[in-house]
Ligand binder design. Structure first.
Ligand SMILES: C[S@@+](CC[C@H](N)C(=O)[O-])C[C@H]1O[C@@H](n2cnc3c(N)ncnc32)[C@H](O)[C@@H]1O
Length: 234
């Protein structure tokens, strides 16, 4: 597939599967990124079709008889992906989302409030590697239905290692940017990439292979946009 065909296919997926039923605040975030940019947020949120996939995985994970109704996200940004997942939660479900930048967290909370979701979302502000161990201790083993990793790609192996005991059997771990960073592809010759993309490529390949060879998970990759790894805890 050429780059042009790939881009058009992405737009098609977004139009057909992402946009219908997209929550109004999330739609404004996606279509009018100026407010987020004014608050100092970069335009690096997931696309609407990936939002739909997260929403349907969240429904599957949180609405079975052994569900806990709890989702953990690492990398909140402005709350776009969080809105998709929080909306999919059952009545007493909760999204705990972690964000290093206080200004991102503050903006995201304003979006969760505007979407009427503030009562089911908690934002933990701080560095994920510092805050995750305490969170896992507080929540306890097998207490989480779904995890979405979307922060520092070099830290994904550590996020997964720390969070693994908290994910119940049948729960799902998802991770964004596992095929592309936007400026490079996992299959691209490294000498064609700049240093930043080279680092991302090595990190993505390492995490893909780590998850694919972990006998405690059944792992695949959804190729929408920049690739979303999906792993179900055995
Ligand atoms: C790609 S954005 C997340 C996009 C969001 N999931 C969405 O699609 O709407 C990554 C976010 O992770 C945050 N972040 C990066 N490294 C982090 C870390 N070590 N701990 C916590 N947050 C981090 C960044 O500040 C940024 O807001």
């Amino acid at each position: 597939m050429t780059t042009d065909q790939w881009e058009r296919t992405g737009e098609y997926l977004c139009e057909v599967f992402g946009a219908p039923g997209e929550e109004a605040v999330a739609r404004t975030l996606r279509e009018q990124p100026a407010a987020a940019a004014k608050a100092g947020l970069p335009a690096i949120a997931i696309s609407a079709d990936v939002g739909r996939l997260l929403s349907l995985l969240a429904r599957l994970a949180t609405q079975s008889p052994d569900s806990t109704g709890r989702i953990v996200e690492v990398g909140t940004l402005g709350g776009y992906s969080g809105i998709w997942m929080a909306r999919a939660l059952p009545g007493k479900g909760r999204l705990i989302t972690m964000e290093r930048e206080p200004k991102h967290a503050e903006f995201a909370m304003s979006q969760f409030r505007a979407a009427g979701l503030a009562d089911r979302v908690e934002i933990v502000v701080g560095s994920a590697l510092e805050r995750l161990p305490g969170l896992v201790k507080k929540l306890g083993p097998s207490s989480v239905d779904m995890i979405f990793l979307d922060a520092d790609k070099g830290e994904y192996p550590e996020y997964a290692r720390i969070l693994k005991p908290a994910l119940r059997r049948g729960g799902v771990l998802t991770a964004d940017n596992m095929l592309s960073s936007g400026s490079g592809w996992v299959t691209q010759a490294p000498e064609t990439l700049d240093d930043h993309a080279k680092r991302w490529q090595a990190n993505a390949d390492r995490f893909n292979r780590m998850m694919a060879s972990d006998a405690d998970f059944e792992t695949g990759c959804i190729v929408n946009r920049q690739g979303v790894l999906v792993a179900v805890r055995r």
